[in-house]
Design a binder for this molecule. Structure first.
Ligand SMILES: Nc1ncnc2c1ncn2[C@@H]1O[C@H](COP(=O)(O)OP(=O)(O)OP(=O)(O)O)[C@@H](O)[C@H]1O
Ligand SMILES: [Mg+2]
Length: 274
């Protein structure tokens, strides 16, 4: 199998028709390129649709342009070419319908946990008491109750990451962009967050664009996985894991359908290691 497959049609683990094929794309990336000042070409004409109400994961080698693509979708940096549409409207900058969980947490060091979590709401002009109440709920949800008045330097890396997560969830955006959101937490917390993420996807109708380096995590949480090639990145394959999520998490992780997808992705990605 060659690593540079042309953008493939979605592959399924069963012959059932894919509900994703008919799901409306909430985010459409059309021939997007990005060359950074200094000449590094991170993306070269990448095109990809993200189905509404689902979780799509970008999986690819370090430095292939995943964060770059998320930032372009978020409107935080401009593309050098191509277009991104969110809910049918072309992205020209950040917007309230998109929230970002940053790879490096991006907390304000001078602001308390609660102010950091409430920051998106503050920008939207939500009244102080209301935004603090919302922030408190989300702080509790990520397991940080009692840390509301602490500052980022008083927290561990994993706790900071949870603050970033709470901040993104607090704004109640339609599209949540998550850049390795669980990379700094321990395995137990990571699995708890994965379950909560699956619940959010199932119950809140939000659309998630997720980046992880973990193939197992990608297969476990994703409705759709876009495998990206080395920089400048292109989509090398699209895989829809079709995991029966109503089963016990431990059983799912031992299930042959799950393990087969993990293996299939590994066989494709290992070409990028040399
Ligand atoms: N602000 C910048 N200026 C110049 N080059 C940049 C900038 N940001 C990223 N790059 C380069 O663009 C390429 C893609 O970077 P990006 O951060 O998008 O990769 P990534 O897929 O998110 O990697 P990782 O998995 O390690 O987080 C890299 O070669 C990186 O060095
Ligand atoms: Mg990155």
């Amino acid at each position: 199998m060659t690593p540079n497959l042309a953008a493939a049609a979605p592959r399924h683990m069963t012959d059932l028709p894919s509900p994703l094929l008919t799901a409306r794309p909430i985010v459409e990336v059309k021939s997007v390129s990005k060359t950074y000042p200094g000449g590094i070409e991170a993306l070269s004409g990448i095109s990809l649709d993200f189905p509404e109400g689902r979780l799509t994961t970008l999986l690819g080698p370090s430095g292939c342009g995943k964060t770059t693509l998320l930032k372009i979708i978020a409107g935080l940096i401009p593309a050098s070419g191509g277009q991104v549409f969110v809910d049918g409207r072309e992205v020209k900058g950040p917007g309230p319908e998109r929230a970002f969980v940053f790879q490096d947490f991006a907390l304000m060091p001078w602001a308390s946990v609660i102010r950091n979590v409430a920051f998106g709401l503050e920008l939207r002009g939500v009244a102080h008491s209301e935004r603090e109440a919302i922030a408190e709920r989300h702080i509790a949800r990520v397991g940080l109750k009692g840390f509301e008045r602490k500052y980022p330097h008083e927290l561990s890396g994993g706790m900071r990451q949870r603050v970033g997560l709470a901040r993104a969830l607090a704004v109640d955006a339609k599209v949540v962009l998550m850049d390795e959101p669980f990379s700094a937490v321990d395995e137990q917390t990571r699995r708890k967050f994965q379950e909560e993420l699956l619940e959010l996807v199932a119950n809140e109708g939000k659309s998630f664009i997720f980046v992880t380096h973990s193939i197992e995590e990608a297969v476990y949480v994703s409705d759709r996985i876009a495998l990206l090639s080395r920089r400048p990145s292109r989509v090398s394959a699209i895989i829809e894991p079709k995991i029966a999520r109503d089963d016990d998490p431990d059983r799912i992780r031992r299930d042959s359908a799950y393990l087969d997808v993990v293996e299939e992705i590994w066989q494709q990605l290992k070409h990028y290691l040399d």
